[in-house]
Design a protein around this ligand. Structure first.
Ligand code: ASP
Length: 436
């Protein structure tokens, strides 16, 4: 009977309860034990929670390579028409570029209106002893070589894997997408002789879809552990000291998600954004908790096809590509963060510099990996292009994780809205679930 009751609560509510309980519990522990506990039962609990969260993220990531391979292959074979593939691809890339640019513009607009770096209590900031040492990944990046043009050409050329097996072993999603599309087209060209392979991959596709649902059974518990562990470490003092900056980033993310992207969903996608949000809520909350759009990808695919009614021929392309290259939240955050750092450091940025930030933030977001903290790493490119010292990153490190959670949720939302818009343009939305 107990079991029955548990099944009655929808997954999204279970996840939400996990998140809220995690925040409350984490803050409570932080208040009791303070920062930097390195021994004793609280420390052991923290370690246990981190492992429990990590298991969930690993299980999701374990699914990405076989899921992306099988679903893209099946989509290409079922489409059977390269021109249609080209049309879907072209519209998807155009949507991704346009929405990323809009996100950066909004970020620049807000930061220039709010000026989060002005009026910050520098003493409170100094008292927090925020590390000014930059993360190893940022420091070791050869940003000087990574000009805007190099990033574009690099990304395009690197899409072609030298060895598809290595691409799969490394989990390089862009390379896997390229290889699978090529492989699928060739299977369609070969025709009847490729049928045994197609049957096997179809089976793989089914198994992987079912696996996503199986893993989601532990989601509410793992998310509770993940979120608690984060809040046990997150100094609320830091959040208050950098409050104006955090407010600007979160406001920008909300406006981009609720206004820009939602209007596109309504007008071009002719779909209710509220209905889309309800369908996507388990994925959005998982993105918020894990701060990884890659780890969330299997779930985003499931929600958009099963609950929002978008045809797999659309989601199978749009979402894996989006999880890898489309990061509206990251782009918006980078533009605000760089100008905030400039304001804190007393650097005056001209309109010309801001134009450079606009271009490089867009590209840096495309180049960011879909994992926690990736946006912070590629921000080095934007800082260098604007002629600013990399050390500035140290000033925002303390609250990066929490902002990462918000920007990742918007990244996933951005990918899903592309599924609706491209789906509508290409006749790939089921009319039963559609809200037209
Ligand atoms: N964590 C983000 C994501 O996975 C990337 C970032 O750091 O902005 O989408």
């Amino acid at each position: 009977m107990k079991d029955k009751k548990k099944k009655g609560i929808d997954l999204q509510w279970q996840i939400l309860i996990g998140i809220i309980a995690g925040i409350v519990f984490g803050i409570l522990i932080y208040q009791i034990s303070g920062p930097g506990v390195s021994s004793g039962p609280i420390f052991l609990m923290k370690v246990f929670f981190k492992y429990a969260g990590d298991i969930f993220i690993r299980l999701l990531r374990m699914m990405i390579v076989p899921l992306v391979f099988a679903s893209i292959y099946m989509a290409v074979v079922n489409l059977g028409d390269i021109r249609e593939l080209g049309k879907i691809g072209g519209k998807t890339v155009a949507y991704y570029m346009a929405t990323t640019a809009l996100a950066v513009l909004l970020g620049l607009l807000l930061v220039n209106i709010i000026h989060p770096g002005h009026g910050i209590d520098k003493e409170a900031l100094a008292a927090l002893n925020i590390s000014t040492s930059i993360p190893h990944e940022v420091a070791s990046q050869d940003v000087s070589e990574r000009s805007a043009a190099v990033i574009i050409v690099d990304t395009l050329v690197n899409m072609i894997p030298k060895n598809p097996a290595a691409a799969m072993a490394e989990g390089d999603v862009l390379q896997i997408i390229f290889f699978t599309i090529f492989f699928g087209i060739m299977a369609a060209v070969v025709g009847r002789d490729s049928k045994p392979i197609t049957d096997v991959i179809n089976g793989l596709d089914m198994i992987m879809q079912r696996s996503v649902m199986a893993v989601m059974v532990i989601a509410p518990y793992s998310i509770f552990c993940l979120v608690s562990a984060i809040f046990m470490d997150l100094g609320l003092d830091a959040l208050f000291a950098l409050g104006k900056y955090a407010f600007t980033v979160i406001l920008g993310l909300l406006l981009h998600a609720a206004v820009t992207l939602s209007v596109l969903v309504m007008i071009i996608g002719r779909y209710s954004p509220i209905k889309l949000f309800k369908a996507l809520s388990p994925a959005i909350m998982t993105a918020w908790s894990t701060a990884s759009s890659a780890a969330t990808l299997p779930l985003t695919m499931d929600c958009l096809t099963q609950k929002a009614g978008v045809d797999k021929k659309i989601t199978n392309f749009v979402l894996p590509l989006g999880a890898t290259v489309n990061m509206d939240g990251t782009a918006l955050y980078e533009s605000i963060a760089v100008i905030f750092i400039a304001e804190l450091m007393g650097i005056d940025l001209t309109i010309g510099m801001q134009a450079i930030i606009f271009i490089t933030a867009t590209l840096a977001a495309i180049g960011a990996a879909a994992i926690p903290g990736a946006g912070l790493v590629t921000m080095g490119i934007v800082l260098t292009a604007a002629g600013m010292p990399l050390d500035g990153i140290g000033l925002i490190l303390a609250i990066d994780r929490i902002l990462d959670q918000f920007r990742t949720a918007v990244n996933v939302w951005g990918d899903a809205t592309a599924g609706i818009v491209v789906g509508r343009l290409e006749g790939g939305i089921s009319d039963e679930i559609d809200t037209k």
